[in-house]
Ligand binder design. Structure first.
Ligand code: SME
Length: 149
């Protein structure tokens, strides 16, 4: 991922958060449309004991809600840290969404130090997510945090 692209995403996202122009929807669509290995991009929000799908870009998923405790999405919340799984098919915690998915990254979004949601990205490429993706998405999660009530 080139740094100009990452800078563009960050500045556009900040502007959209500031002006309230659908920052989360924009982010999901923009990342999926522009990063080849990001095949599905979604944001889940913590609502009581569930993760509720807030917005996404890609195929429709049956996982509109996930009970906290299930899947890699829950693990990121419970552990309060990024989950970067290079081979989902080898991970028994993984909750299957799309047959084509090979790897997945889940990055918590925190507010006042507590996880309130997450960015979830599925890839059809094995081990698609690098340390650079982790850092980029963590920065994005920090920015998006103030758009969540
Ligand atoms: N694979 C996720 C479920 C959500 S879908 O990837 C959109 C999980 O293991 O929690």
């Amino acid at each position: 991922m080139d740094s100009q692209f990452m800078d563009h995403v960050i500045s556009e996202l900040k502007e959209r958060v500031r002006t309230g122009r659908s920052p989360r929807e924009w982010l999901c669509r923009f990342l999926r449309d522009n990063v080849e290995k990001y095949n599905w991009v979604g944001i889940y929000l913590v609502r009581e004991d569930k993760l509720v799908l807030d917005c996404f870009s890609g195929e429709k998923t049956e996982h509109q809600q996930i009970t906290i405790g299930e899947g890699l999405c829950s693990l990121a919340i419970v552990k309060d840290s990024t989950v970067n799984e290079p081979e989902v098919k080898k991970n028994s915690t993984y909750l299957a969404c799309f047959p084509s998915t090979e790897s997945e990254i889940v990055v918590p979004i925190r507010k006042n130090g507590k996880p309130v949601g997450e960015i979830d990205i599925d890839s059809d490429t094995r081990a698609a997510f690098s340390r650079e993706d982790e850092e980029f998405l963590a920065k994005i999660a920090e920015i998006i945090s103030s758009s969540i009530d």
